[in-house]
Design a protein around this ligand. Sequence first.
Ligand code: GDP
Ligand code: IMO
Ligand code: MG
Length: 456
Amino acid sequence: MTVTIVGSQLGDEGKGGIVDVFGDPVDVVARYQGGDNAGHTVVHEGDEYKLSLVPSGAVRGKIGVLGNGCVVNPATLFEELDGLRERGLDPDVRVAERAHAILPYHRVLDGIEEDVKSDEDLAAGTTGRGIGPTYEDKAGRRGVRIGDLLDPEVLRDRLEYVVPQKRALLEDVYGIDVSDLDDPDAFDVDALFERYRTFGERLAEEDMTVNCGEFLAGRLDDGEEVMFEGAQGTSIDIDHGIYPYVTSSNPTAGGAAVGTGVSPGVVGQGEVIGIVKAYLSRVGTGPLPTELGSVDGQTPPDGGRPEEADLAEYIRDEGGEYGTVTGRPRRVGWLDVPMLRHAARANGFTGLAVNHLDVLAGLDEVKVGHAYELDGEELLTMPPTTEKWGDCEAVFRSFDGWPDVDWAAVADEGYDAIPENARAYLEYLEDELDAPVYAVGVGPGREETIVVESPF
Ligand code: GDP
Ligand code: IMO
Ligand code: MG
């Protein structure tokens, strides 16, 4: 059977940790979208692994697959694999020949386009990994696929067609001279050909490429267990998210079929688990109706709740909500339940994993945005435009807070040891989303997750 793990909010809900927690009986973990914009954390016996391309099952020695729906930067893939091998793991990762390759010009253009958009407050605050430009080329039928790297003649043809267009975009549209770039080779056909042909040779030598759908279908036919590891989250899905502040792929469960080549029936017959962070955190500009406090340069001028700055800081500190690279504070807010109802519908959650329950411990009162008020009407789910979402006023519901306890001991004892008020919070979510809680995260480690029920 299959189990699909999907972020139900804005990314970083703790998906990697849940893939690990449920990972014991799994044979293959497949990513179906995104690329090295993801950062999935697995903490095992005090060792922390931050994975961006390698599926999280690698920590347990499971086969990892990067599906056709992924965009793969071979340079970061090999760097990550080498790093994990140095740490004593032996990752076995296969890459779909139909997946698209991220090239250096994609990263350069990602940075320039963000700069241009920031003048209009439209920047999505991308990770700068070239994700959007690579998916644009895929849709524009001018992409380079992983399979192309294995065939030098095809690779050269593809590059000779596309690179002059990219160079013209850089020079004629953005007015930037290639020779002024840190890496002028990013727009040079010969240099790119040599680099990517070498990547192709390594992929072939290590027997890493697969026909993804066929590979997975064969495993499933043999009775193996397959987990689909979503990256990002439903509200940054290109179709179902808060456009244009989104990523360029479909993290929602439908993406698991399209992005791997198994049928929707295969995904639908399995379980789809929504990963929920017990509050909200977000990087980037744009609306956030349940935001607490505000972050300069990101919270819209009339947004946030500056009067709740202390509360925001408490949650930010307890949750470690600061950029891993920049150290900048992230925006935080109460749980947005209309966002979760939208996610439950779009994905068809059969179960939930609720993380970071420990972060809210010690507060007298915990609130959730239960509904929105828009133009005098109450809404229970998200409106289709981000502008309307920005006009929504959150209608809050209040819960009694729960104490800070020895969470490791609670995890040891199981669900019934969770403080009563926290259980009321979880049961409210089960009712609203019509799906049972399968796991509760009370800390970052594998041992700090309470498994109520395994989906396998
Ligand atoms: P992902 O992208 O969805 O896999 O999530 P990230 O790994 O980017 O971010 C989640 C962060 O929260 C990581 O640092 C995790 O170790 C941590 N984390 C996950 N679950 C919990 C939890 O239940 N409690 C706490 N305090 N931290 C958690
Ligand atoms: P994981 O898998 C949180 C956000 C970026 C930006 C927008 C577009 O760790 O949950 P992109 O580089 O994808 O074009 O950026 O999406 N974003 C994420 N936010 N977690 C992620 O991944 C993200 N991947 C992209 O911050 O706002
Ligand atoms: Mg992450």
